[in-house]
Design a protein around this ligand. Sequence first.
Ligand SMILES: Nc1ncnc2c1ncn2[C@@H]1O[C@H](COP(=O)(O)OP(=O)(O)OP(=O)(O)O)[C@@H](O)[C@H]1O
Ligand SMILES: [Mg+2]
Ligand SMILES: [Zn+2]
Length: 451
Amino acid sequence: MKQKTAFICQNCGFHSPKWLGRCPNCGEWNTLIEEVEEKVTAEFSFLPSEPILYEKIKEAKRERIKTGIEELNPVLGGGVVPGSLVLIGGEPGVGKSTLLLQVSRDFAAQGEGVLYVSGEESLEQIKIRGDRLGLQNEKLYLLAETNLERIIARAEKLNPQIFVLDSIQTIFSSKLSSGPGTISQVREVANQVFRFAKKNQIASFLIGHITKEGSLAGPKALEHIVDVVLYFEGERDHSHRVLRALKNRFGPVSELAIFEMGTRGLQAIANPSAFFLKERPTKEAGSVVICTIKGSRPLLAEIQALVSSTLFTGNPRRMTIGLDHFRVAMLLAIIERKLGFSFAGEDIYINVAGGLTIDEPATDLGVIMAVVSCLKNKVIPADVTVFGEAGLSGEIRSVSQPLARLKEAHSLGFQRVIMPQGNISQLDKEDIPDMKLVGVKNVKQALSVIF
Ligand SMILES: Nc1ncnc2c1ncn2[C@@H]1O[C@H](COP(=O)(O)OP(=O)(O)OP(=O)(O)O)[C@@H](O)[C@H]1O
Ligand SMILES: [Mg+2]
Ligand SMILES: [Zn+2]
């Protein structure tokens, strides 16, 4: 008998009886792949089959196991919860295996039983990485295997406290005939590991590759299955990596950790503001330091703008790196309409230094000031930092957590802050660090203060 097949979107799991160039559900192109349709039985044997009264449910003890990387614990909500399933997604080469090998080493050193399973690297390759990270005689179990049922059988026998699977796209269940990496396989693997983790109360980590092209089944399709989703991001040309939580059933998702990738592996950056400002030019026009919030932490970063005449008669360029393109377009329109500059025939480049990505309206004032500083060729003094959201009428609006921003700026030696007037009125006089605060109500006022 011919097996029934369907075309399944590898990005979102949408089923279609025929091939389509574009997935009608998620809009991605070329993501539909023919797979054998299979019924996967979802058995949740670790759950009681009878309804239970709420008041009869035993209070669950949620003791967290702390990782050896202090900065990582808040991202997990205080540590990893036994029985939870954590997905760590990231682009190829960002450092996922490195991070989890370091974390595994630290767990093993604390006396936790750890099993690290790799479906994509040989034990020798892992050892090479281990050597680089300084691992020696670690009490850490490794297994190179791609068959999920065999992996789970070995894991149940070993019964570790921590279980790592690297990566979900290389592991396959023999219950399905689709190849590893297809969305059916990826889901089946995640479901089985989820059950394994809950049943045995083992804290489990899944590594997942994300490709921008979506050619491999995206961990996106797993986000609802797992308990915690962390994303590991970095730019190829920069050494820093940002780990942040996207979902956490056991904690907040506002925290993030910043690491630096070096020869000895990933090192947490204790003072990210200083790290991102360390190469700042202090006597150049077009540069300004902004005070932003990343995760729940304040962070100082440098915004750079460059305006130069468009060559020939081509369309003027508008390039932004690290900021939202549409938001920057809006800010440029505000500069033209409210401040009377004209960008006709000018290319504009705006960049967040150090390869950071910032997604917060409080950067608006900084972008505007960097552009105007470049246009006027006037330097913004090195001891000034700014924050504030701009509205379409050119008004500067209050932003969240003004005090945290001020304290961070103060601790890095900044003397003057240009900020929304509305925020100054909210602050308690006693809390304000010893620095000069200049409240502004609109962009015009902000510029007259500085230029
Ligand atoms: N000697 C070294 N010095 C500095 N960085 C290094 C060194 N060796 C490797 N790296 C960094 O480590 C990265 C690879 O780390 P790792 O293998 O953990 O990434 P990954 O996310 O697991 O990748 P993959 O998608 O291939 O599994 C490289 O891209 C490189 O940036
Ligand atoms: Mg890897
Ligand atoms: Zn889709």
